[in-house]
Ligand binder design. Structure first.
Ligand SMILES: *[C@@H]1O[C@H](CO)[C@@H](O)[C@H](O)[C@H]1NC(C)=O
Ligand SMILES: *[C@@H]1O[C@H](CO)[C@@H](O)[C@H](O)[C@H]1NC(C)=O
Length: 413
C-alpha cells in the first residue's frame, strides 16, 4: 500500500465520528444513568476478601479524599457479602462473619455519608463465588434489596440454567421496577449475548467483555472490544468495559493515565477499583482529574471511539468524540514502545480543515496559545495518552482565554 493512502483506508474502516447523534430509542426509562455512573466497587482490589469495616472506611475515604464531591458517589459491594444459604423464608442474608451488622445498617451508614450503596447478585443459581444467585428469586431479592435501601445492582452471569441472558435479565429488571425504588441496573453477562443490541431496554449499563485484569494487555484488548459497540450507548444506558484498575499496581502511571482517559472518552462507568484508603499521589491525581471526568459526564452522552490507527505498526491511535457546545474530545494514544510525535488531522476527527479551534490540554491543565486549524502534532510517551478538548465555540471559554485568543487572531492578520 502506498503509505500516503493509509489514512484514507483507515477512515473507511473506521466511520466518521460525528455521524451518529440519534440515541437509541430503546433506552430504559428509569431516570437513572443520564451520565455514566461513578463510584467504587470492591472486586478489583479485594475480591472475596471484603468486610463491613473495609466498606465503612472506603465510604469515609470517598468523602475525605474529595472523590465523592467529584461525582464518585456509588459505593458498591461485589460478590461475597451473603451467607452461602438463604434464610428460613428463602431470603438472602448478610454473611455474619464479615458483615455482622447486616446490609441495611451498612447502607444506612453509607447514605449518611451522602453516598449511594450498591450490591451484587447473579442471574443464575449461584454467584461466581457460590453464594445464592437470584434466578427464581428475582422478586423476593429485589424486594429485599429495596428494603435495605440499595441504589445499584450489579447482576452477574455464573451458574445459570443455560438460557439466554436476553431472556433472564429482564426478569430482574421488572422485579426491580416493581419495588418502586430507583435502582441502577448494571448488567454483567460479559458481552456473551451481544447485550448492546438488547440491553438498552433492560439495564442502565451492560458489560461488553470478560473481566478486566490489571495489565496493559487486558486493558487495551477490552478498550478495543468495547469500541465496537459505541453507537449503542447513550444517556440512560452505557457500554461497560469493566471497572477501573487505576492504582492497583499492575500498570505504569502512563498506562493508567491512558486507561482513565480512554474509559472517560468511551463514556464508560467510572467505577474505581483500588484501595481508596491507601492511594499514591499519582493515583489520586489521575482519578481526580476534573477535566477528564467532565468529558465522561458530558451531557450529550455520545461514546467517543477509535477513529484512526497509524504509525509503522498502526499503534498510534486517535480516539475522539463530540461533546456538548460543538466541542470535540480527542485522545491521542501511543500504544507503541517508543516516544512518538503523532499528528491529528481535522478530517480524522470529523472537523472541516478550516475549523479554527482553541485547544485545552486536559492533563497539563492549560490552553495552547493561539487558534489552530487543519491539524496538530502532539508528543506522546510510550503507552501514554494525551487528551484534549477542541473548542470552536468562543462562548464556552473563560474570559481571560477569550482575550488571549482574540489577541492572537488580530496579531496574525
Ligand atoms: C503527596 O501529596 C501531598 C499533598 O499534596 C504531599 O504533602 C506529599 O508530600 C505527597 N507525597 C509524595 C510521596 O509525593
Ligand atoms: C488554516 O489557517 C491558515 C492561517 O490562517 C490559512 O492560511 C489556511 O488557509 C487555513 N487552512 C484552511 C484549510 O482553512
Amino acid at each position: 500500500m502506498v503509505w500516503a493512502l493509509a489514512p484514507l483506508v483507515i477512515l473507511l474502516i473506521h466511520p466518521a465520528v460525528c455521524s451518529r447523534l440519534i440515541l437509541s430509542p430503546l433506552t430504559l426509562h428509569n431516570g437513572l444513568g443520564k451520565t455514566p455512573p461513578m463510584g467504587w466497587n470492591s472486586w478489583n482490589h479485594f475480591g472475596c476478601n471484603i468486610d463491613e469495616l473495609t466498606v465503612k472506611e472506603t465510604a469515609e475515604a470517598l468523602v475525605s479524599t474529595g472523590l465523592a464531591a467529584l461525582g464518585y458517589n456509588y459505593l458498591n459491594v461485589d460478590d461475597c457479602w451473603a451467607e452461602m444459604k438463604r434464610g428460613s423464608e428463602g431470603e438472602l442474608t448478610a454473611r455474619a462473619a464479615t458483615f455482622p451488622s447486616g446490609i441495611k445498617a451498612l447502607a444506612d451508614f453509607v447514605h449518611e455519608k451522602g453516598l449511594k450503596f450498591g450490591i451484587y447478585s447473579d442471574a443464575g443459581y449461584f454467584t461466581c463465588e457460590k453464594q445464592p444467585g437470584s434466578l427464581g428469586y428475582e422478586e423476593q431479592d429485589a424486594e429485599t434489596f429495596a428494603s435495605w435501601g440499595i441504589d445499584y445492582l450489579k447482576y452477574d452471569n455464573c451458574y445459570t440454567d443455560g438460557s439466554k441472558p436476553e431472556l433472564r435479565y429482564p426478569i430482574m429488571q421488572e422485579a426491580l421496577a416493581k419495588t418502586g425504588r430507583k435502582i441502577f441496573f448494571s448488567i454483567c453477562e460479559w458481552g456473551v449475548d451481544d447485550p448492546a443490541e438488547w440491553a438498552p431496554d433492560v439495564g442502565n449499563s451492560w458489560r461488553t467483555t470478560g473481566d478486566i485484569t490489571d495489565t496493559w494487555k487486558s486493558m487495551t484488548t477490552i478498550a478495543d472490544l468495547n469500541d465496537r459497540w459505541a453507537s449503542f450507548a447513550g444517556p440512560g444506558g452505557w457500554n461497560d468495559p469493566d471497572m477501573l484498575e487505576v492504582g492497583n499496581g499492575g500498570m505504569t502511571i502512563d498506562e493508567y493515565r491512558s486507561h482513565f482517559s480512554i474509559w472517560a472518552l468511551m463514556k464508560a462507568p467510572l467505577i474505581l477499583g483500588c484501595d481508596l484508603r491507601d492511594m499514591s499521589n499519582d493515583t489520586l491525581e489521575i482519578i481526580t482529574n476534573k477535566e477528564v471526568i467532565s468529558v465522561n459526564q458530558d451531557s450529550l452522552g455520545i461514546q467517543g471511539r477509535k477513529v484512526c490507527k497509524k504509525g509503522p505498526e498502526e499503534c498510534h491511535e486517535i480516539w475522539a468524540g463530540p461533546l456538548s457546545l460543538k466541542r470535540t474530545a480527542v485522545v491521542i494514544w501511543n500504544r507503541c514502545e517508543g516516544d512518538a510525535d503523532i499528528e491529528v488531522s481535522w478530517q480524522e476527527i470529523s472537523l472541516h480543515p478550516s475549523t479554527r479551534v482553541t485547544i485545552r490540554d486536559l492533563w497539563k491543565h492549560e490552553y495552547w496559545s493561539g487558534v489552530y486549524n487543519e491539524s496538530i502534532v502532539v508528543s506522546v510517551a510510550p503507552h501514554g495518552a494525551e487528551m484534549f478538548i477542541l473548542s470552536p465555540g468562543w462562548s464556552s471559554l473563560p474570559k481571560q482565554v477569550l482575550a488571549a485568543v482574540f489577541d492572537t487572531m488580530f496579531a496574525s492578520q
